[in-house]
Design a protein around this ligand. Structure first.
Ligand code: HEC
Ligand code: HEC
Ligand code: HEC
Ligand code: HEC
Length: 133
């Protein structure tokens, strides 16, 4: 009886911690988000409506997310790593190559680059990402 109780408590403990770690590992971010540079201060801001979850259903996280090593080089995505805003690194003051130093530049390189490669012409139209209100 006592053994069964201890077993039960232990089981409940492992299940609950298991669930907590699962919930933490599953931080997949917002399903849809609005992307807009916070540093470029464009005269005519062009927000992007980005269906994140829809891309997650087809692509690996590392297709877009990565991080930076101590030497300043790109480090590939690994499960559970801290995911930061693109502009944390891609800005004018963190020593990025000029071609990668703004949200617009990397947005167009990464997002538009893949859209272009897909061959679907609709996906490279400005209004596909920069939706008009
Ligand atoms: C595949 C998606 C995609 C397409 C297509 C696209 N853009 Fe972008 N664009 C982005 C992303 C992502 C950003 C960075 C986030 C932001 O600032 O809006 C951006 C940023 C910009 C910015 C800077 C906006 C700001 O407020 O700082 C301009 C201007 C811009 N794009 C113009 C265009 C034009 C013009 C076209 C069509 C020739 C175009 N974009 C097509 C994704 C796209
Ligand atoms: C097609 C590109 C793409 C893919 C694939 C993708 N993400 Fe993202 N994710 C983004 C972009 C862009 C942002 C917004 C970053 C920003 O605001 O600077 C983002 C934001 C996030 C955030 C919120 C970060 C924050 O601080 O606001 C989390 C968490 C996240 N992604 C997790 C994931 C995980 C986990 C996967 C894989 C299951 C994944 N993403 C796949 C592009 C992608
Ligand atoms: C922790 C820092 C960091 C964050 C956050 C980050 N990057 Fe990068 N990124 C880098 C570094 C470092 C490089 C390599 C720069 C070089 O070539 O010198 C790079 C390179 C790139 C490149 C060019 C090479 C390639 O892989 O195509 C693109 C495009 C890019 N990042 C897009 C993004 C996008 C989109 C996000 C947000 C979803 C993001 N980055 C978030 C550090 C970061
Ligand atoms: C590695 C490839 C890849 C990357 C990177 C990528 N996309 Fe896409 N995206 C696609 C494909 C493929 C589709 C079309 C899916 C379908 O057939 O419905 C799509 C669809 C979309 C759509 C919906 C178009 C519509 O109206 O049907 C938007 C908006 C979009 N992407 C924005 C973005 C933005 C913004 C980024 C960068 C933060 C991004 N994508 C990065 C491949 C990519």
């Amino acid at each position: 009886m006592k053994k069964a109780l201890i077993f039960g408590v232990a089981l409940a403990f492992f299940c609950s911690t298991g669930l907590v770690t699962m919930a933490m590992a599953k931080d997949t971010g917002p399903a849809v988000m609005t992307l807009l540079s916070t540093t470029d201060n464009a005269k005519k801001p062009k927000p992007v409506t980005f269906p994140h979850a829809e891309h997650q259903s087809r692509l690996k996280c590392g297709a877009c997310h990565h991080t930076k090593g101590p030497d300043g080089k790109q480090v590939a995505y690994t499960e559970g790593m801290k995911i930061q805003k693109c502009e944390t690194c891609h800005n004018k003051t963190s020593g990025m190559p000029k071609a990668l130093d703004s949200f617009k530049k990397i947005g167009h390189k990464k997002c538009k680059g893949c859209h272009k490669a897909s061959g679907n012409k609709k996906l490279t139209k400005c209004g596909t990402c920069h939706k008009k209100k």
